[in-house]
Ligand binder design. Structure first.
Ligand code: PNS
Length: 159
């Protein structure tokens, strides 16, 4: 049984992310969700908001923690005494980037491995960016996000 780190921007957390967190929490002793702070993508939500949203949707999972991080992912994994990184793979289009990420991480931290979970087919097309685009044009995002998160996205877009 290992400690896993599940990193990402989570801007915002989607049902696809939640599915990966829930499945990881069944396999791993502990799952630490790492929310990237210094995000060059200029996020919609602050890191504090993203952490709080993740805390809300994972409150029923006792072995899941949520923490913000900046700097290198492998340094964060070492700080957490993590054994593995978890990443979700949606489609073949994710593969090239994910392979580059995991191989680079292995070069700079050979003791840290990456495990890929294929996303649930229901969410294989889903991304935070697409959800934000739909919300920007006042489309219905209720199929992609937890109802509380969908509410927060709509509020943010109207602000
Ligand atoms: O959800 P995302 O945006 O696809 O997550 C990307 C993330 C956070 C996993 C990646 O950008 C990352 O690890 N950033 C931290 C900086 C780092 O370690 N970069 C070198 C990895 S090659």
């Amino acid at each position: 049984m290992a400690t896993a780190v599940y990193p990402g921007s989570f801007d915002p957390v989607t049902l696809g992310h939640q599915d990966i967190i829930e499945r990881s929490s069944k396999i791993m002793e502990k799952v630490i969700v790492g929310v990237l702070r210094n995000n060059s993508k200029s996020p919609l939500f602050s890191v504090k908001e993203r952490v709080n949203m993740l805390l809300d949707v994972t409150s029923h999972l006792p072995n899941v923690e949520v923490r913000a991080f900046d700097g290198l992912l492998v340094d964060f994994v070492r700080q957490c005494r993590g054994d593995v990184i978890i990443r979700g793979l949606r489609a073949i289009t994710d593969f090239e980037y994910e392979l580059q990420l995991s191989q680079t991480n292995r070069v700079i931290a050979p003791e840290v491995d990456t495990i890929f979970l294929t996303t649930n087919l229901k969410y294989s097309y889903l991304s935070s960016s697409i959800v934000k685009e739909i919300a920007m044009y006042h489309g219905d995002i209720s199929a992609f996000l937890h109802p509380d998160i969908a509410h927060k996205v709509r509020e943010k877009m109207e602000a």
